[in-house]
Structures are given as structure tokens and as C-alpha cells.
Design a protein around this ligand. Sequence first.
Ligand code: GLY
Length: 378
Amino acid sequence: MNWKTAIEHTLVTTRLNIKRFGGSFPIVSLGDGKYHLTDHTSWTEGFWSGILWLSYEYSRDPEIHAAAIRTVDSFRKRLDAEQSLDHHDIGFLYSLSAKARWIVDTDEDSRLLALQAADMLMKRWRSVPQLFQAWGPEGDVNDGGRIIIDCLMNLPLLYWATEQTGDRRYADCASIQAEKSRRFLVRGDDSSYHTFYFDQLTGNALRGGTGQGFQDGSTWTRGQAWGVYGFALAYRYLKEPRFLETSKRLARYFLEQLSGDGIAYWDFDVPQESSTPRDSSASAILVCGILELLEHLPDGDPDREGLAGAVEKTMGSLLDRYFTAGSPAEEGFLRHGSYSVRGNSSPDDFMIWGDYFFLEALLRLQQGVPGYWYERER
Ligand code: GLY
């Protein structure tokens, strides 16, 4: 199936989903192929908004546009009410909603909303350990000094805020976080910790650990994919070669672990049996990360060809074996994602972020539309 046909299939599902979801937001399915819906209480609402913006950019369908705008209006209410924003995923939420609308519609109110969200994210900065606290209240005994690899995808909102305002504070903190992530989350063999703990009072490094992975020293597949994409985006903004190199190393490690159909199991260190769940969402994120990486690698880079081949192979497998291809009974695009296998939370289901990154990959490949992590030429 070619990219264009695949995008057309996603549009069939998205048009049905606009009706099925109403004003609510999908997170994951719960074993029944139907999305569980939320009302702005999660870290995931931006992905549905992002799917609508990408779908509108492709189709120019006014009904999809109206639905996308409605999501941004609801994100404004969420910020005004400071509802469920006591975590670092404000970047995911507002990059794909308010910032997306700014990028697509040049809507000034949306730009201001995205900047307001960046200010809210800055409240997670902890000046003594010099990090963005991922989860929990300030001073929390367990999480007060904890960073997680996923945060690399929240940082683009901050780099962008500096570009927009000229205020260095956002990008300076984001760049400290990216460097800390490079030094402590990425291991010498190019695998990664999901999370790392620092002493809140001294900033001293304590230990790596996991939240959703198999065990503390294992490599949670989706975390590794967040790292590939997040470091490539850090390079786009900060132009530090070590971030590009780190993205490439993480991508190589990810690809070297794959077997069978080329789609990742949920953790690279979990015993692989026929019943071991995969995480198609990690592979979709990886593809977007590699496509971003390829934008920056020089022509003669020895890894270019292998990385480009991996994009084709991974997308081929996702399209052949995981994609629902517009089937009206199925609400997601990609089957066999996993949220938290260890926590027994949607171990083999639709993940709305898997759908978002799958569509972002298709639009990058079909027409060079790169998603909403950075400003485009206007
Ligand atoms: N950022 C949370 C996750 O990837 O599940």
C-alpha cells in the first residue's frame, strides 16, 4: 500500500471518530478495540488534536478543520482552569494543539496560548537539581528529583518559546535538561534508562530506574524511541552535534534489537515469547525520529542508507500487519501498541500516540509535512 492510500484510509477512520468521540479525547483501547475517552485529564489529549490538524492539512476538509479548532478551544479552557497540568507533558499537549493551530492557521491567539503553556511548563523547573521534574508535586520524596526520557519531546515547546519571544530562559533550561538526559539516561552501549533520580537538595546523580519498562536496568522500547526523536529535535534547535550523534546511536541500538516482523517488543530486555506484547507505537515514533534525524545527517554519513532503509521496512511492516486500513469497526490506526505491560494497562491495544506518529510519518513521507514540533518556513 502506498503512503497516499494509507492516509486516505486514516481519513475514513478519523471522520468516523469525530462523530464517535464527540468533544472527548481518546487515550488507549481496553481490549475491546474501542478507545477509552477522557475529558482533559491525561497527558494524551494533544495527539487527537494533532491527528485532526494533520488530517486537515492533507484534506483541507472544513469539517475536520472545525473539529480541530474545537479541540484547541478546549485546551484554552484547560489552561485557564489549570486542570491536570501538574506534570511535564504540557509540551505534548500544547505542541500538537495550540502550536499546531498557530502553524497551520497563523492564529495569533493560539500562538499566545502555546506560549502560556510554555510558561506553565517552566513551573516544573527545579533550580537546585537543575531539571524538569516529570511527575508529582515539588519536593515529592520519590519523584522530586526524577527525570524521564519522554520529556525530550516536551522540550521543543520551550525551544520554540525562546525563538518566539527572544527570552533565553526557556531554551536554556531545556538545553540543560537535554544534556542531563544525554549524560544520565543514555548508557554506554547506547541503550537507555526510562528515568533517572537526582538528589533534590544537592543535584547529585543517584541511580537509573524505570516507570513502564521491564525492570530498572532494562530498555523500555518507547523510551528509546522518545530519545531518538527528542535528541534529533534538540539538535534542530540547539545545533549541538552531540545531540545528533546521540539520536543516531539510540536509533542504531533500537534497530539492532529488532527481529521477526521488525516491530519492537515492549521492552528490549523482556524474554521474547510468542505471547510477548509488541509496541507498535514505539516503532511509529522511531520512524518519525529517524525521518527527523535524516534531515540533519550530512549526505556522506555512513548511517544514512541503513536508516532510510529502516524507515521503509518499519513502515512496510506497520502497513501490512498492524494498520486497520479504514476498517469501520476499528477506532485506531495501529493495532498492538502497549501502554504499560508491567502495570497490565492496555498491554495490546490502540494507543492514540501510536496513531498520531503513524500519521505524522505518513505525511512526512508523502508530502514533507513534519508535524508540529517546530516552526515551518512561512
Ligand atoms: N509518556 C508516557 C508514555 O510514553 O507512556
